[in-house]
Design a protein around this ligand. Structure first.
Ligand code: XBP
Ligand code: MG
Length: 228
């Protein structure tokens, strides 16, 4: 029996990655680094989950050493820039997300987040799209820096399940990326995939269903039929 929906954030709740890319590039510029990630750079770098890990990969690719700079401090500045950009309120939730959340809340399903991004970014998105604190919408939130291994490792979905107090069989994950799908499956969860702008064309083998967006799902009853 379905008791919970566990949502990924970036690319799933909203098409956030262009805002992340803007925040990265503006932070690099304000720190005099002279780096500017193009869409093609970012598409390649996005296979590395986690902003800090992504910066470290880029430094290494450029022939430098991640220890050459204070990546946590740089990423902290990026997160501050991202939350400011998000607060401008120009980013809508993806199609079908609000209707699915509202239907799930009306049906007393538990709602959770399992994301690689930073908690502050989840707070900023919920505030600007729903006008509430994130934990009022998602009583369970598992975010990137709370786990030892980021997606595609199962850790963040396992943490969400632990906090929900549910076995994987009573929940379903909603994702946009192959890394997220792998993470959810490794935690024993069925996973619905709605590819985003940066993840279209990835390998979604193992998904319970792949839809263009959540309007194509057919609502909670259709999801319940996936899990029985
Ligand atoms: C996607 C990610 C994150 C974001 C950037 O997270 O891999 O790293 O790209 O956010 P999700 P941070 O699991 O929600 O799809 O810079 O905070 O990592
Ligand atoms: Mg995602």
């Amino acid at each position: 029996m379905l008791e919970a929906l566990i949502f990924d954030v970036d690319g799933t709740l909203a098409e956030t990655e262009e805002l992340h890319r803007q925040a990265f590039n503006e932070t690099f510029a304000s720190h005099g680094l002279g780096w500017c990630w193009t869409r093609d750079d970012y598409h390649r770098l996005l296979t590395t989950t986690g902003g800090k890990e992504r910066i470290a990969r880029y430094v290494t690719e450029m022939g430098g050493s991640p220890s050459d700079l204070d990546i946590p401090a740089l990423h902290f500045a990026k997160t501050a820039r991202y939350t400011d950009l998000m607060a401008q309120g120009n980013l809508p939730l993806r199609a079908g997300v609000q209707a699915l959340i509202d239907e799930a809340r009306a049906a007393d399903l538990k709602l959770a987040i399992a994301t690689t991004t930073s908690r502050a970014n989840v707070e900023a998105l919920c505030l600007v799209t729903y006008g509430v604190a994130a934990d009022l919408l998602f009583p369970v939130i598992a975010s990137g820096d709370e786990v030892a291994a980021k997606k595609p490792a199962p850790d963040v979905y396992q943490l969400a399940l632990d906090r929900l107090g549910l076995p994987a069989a009573r929940a379903i994950a909603l994702e946009d990326s192959a890394n997220g799908l792998k993470s959810a499956r490794a935690a024993g969860l069925l996973c619905i995939v709605s590819p985003s702008a940066y993840t279209a064309g990835e390998d979604f083998s193992g998904a319970a269903i792949v839809v263009k967006d959540f309007t194509a799902l057919g609502g909670l009853d259709a999801i319940r039929r996936l899990i029985t």
